[in-house]
Design a protein around this ligand. Structure first.
Ligand SMILES: Nc1ncnc2c1ncn2[C@@H]1O[C@H](COP(=O)(O)OP(=O)(O)O)[C@@H](O)[C@H]1O
Ligand SMILES: [Mg+2]
Length: 226
């Protein structure tokens, strides 16, 4: 049977030490996200949005609390099998694109598929398909520096989708874009997740964009505002 929620977090705590000071970034985070839900996460700069996304995506272990994804507790085994499964089932669009500058758009998109020993021809077909879906069929051989901000963000989205994840995170995907380009990027993300009934968590500063999801969560003082 399916787990009741696609993604759950319970009593998550995370702090950073800077010199002698300890900053409590996540103090007590609890949330449940249903299959196919689109959730927008808002909060002031420095509120812990990126930290929370990394924690939920299995990229950064919390000091306390648990994350359950597709019925399994993340960070519980810490083995390679868990990493592989997570890499296949979870896509991540990082803040500021994070494209490798010396690789073409096509090669950047192909990267996550290398981890899974997907046959070369299959992976290449998928990368082509992903770039077509984000509207970059004629930009595959461009380097990131030869692309506009909006186009780089599309490459980052195609890369996050190459392994056909069931859950997609996007960290301020419109942060560096003008408002019109940003709006088209959000529309693209919404289309791509609805097509495949994926779950999505998007961080944004823009209160208008935040209304486009099923639900809006705000993080303040290390907690989700009730
Ligand atoms: N690696 C780190 N070392 C020390 N402090 C960090 C680190 N990463 C984040 N922080 C601090 O944690 C707080 C939350 O950061 P972040 O999650 O990036 O916030 P947001 O994404 O909401 O802007 C900030 O005060 C930031 O300075
Ligand atoms: Mg951030």
């Amino acid at each position: 049977m399916d787990a009741p929620f696609h993604l759950s977090a319970s009593r998550i705590r995370r702090s950073y030490r800077i010199g002698r000071r300890t900053v409590e970034v996540l103090r007590d985070i609890n949330l449940d996200i249903a299959h196919g839900e689109t959730v927008f996460l808002v909060g002031a700069s420095g509120a812990g949005k990126t930290t929370l996304l990394y924690t939920l995506a299995g990229l950064e272990k919390p000091e306390a609390g648990s994350v359950t994804f597709e019925g399994e507790v993340l960070y519980s085994q810490g083995d390679k099998a868990e990493c592989l499964r997570r890499n296949r089932r979870i896509g991540f669009v990082f803040q500021g694109y994070f494209l490798l500058p010396e690789l073409t758009a096509f090669e950047n998109v192909l990267l996550p598929s290398h981890i899974h020993r997907i046959p070369d021809a299959t992976a290449r077909a998928r990368a082509e398909n992903a770039l077509e879906r984000v509207g970059l069929a004629d930009r595959m051989q461009h380097l990131p520096a030869e692309l506009s901000g909006g186009e780089q963000q599309r490459v980052a989205i195609a890369r996050a989708l190459i392994n056909e994840p069931s859950l997609l995170f996007a960290d301020e995907p419109t942060g560096n874009l003008d408002s019109r380009t940003g709006a088209t990027i959000i529309e693209l993300l919404l289309t791509l997740v609805r097509e495949q009934r994926r779950t999505m968590v998007v961080v944004t500063h823009d209160p208008n964009l935040a209304q486009r999801g099923d639900r809006r969560l705000e993080i303040r003082d290390g907690q989700i505002v009730p």
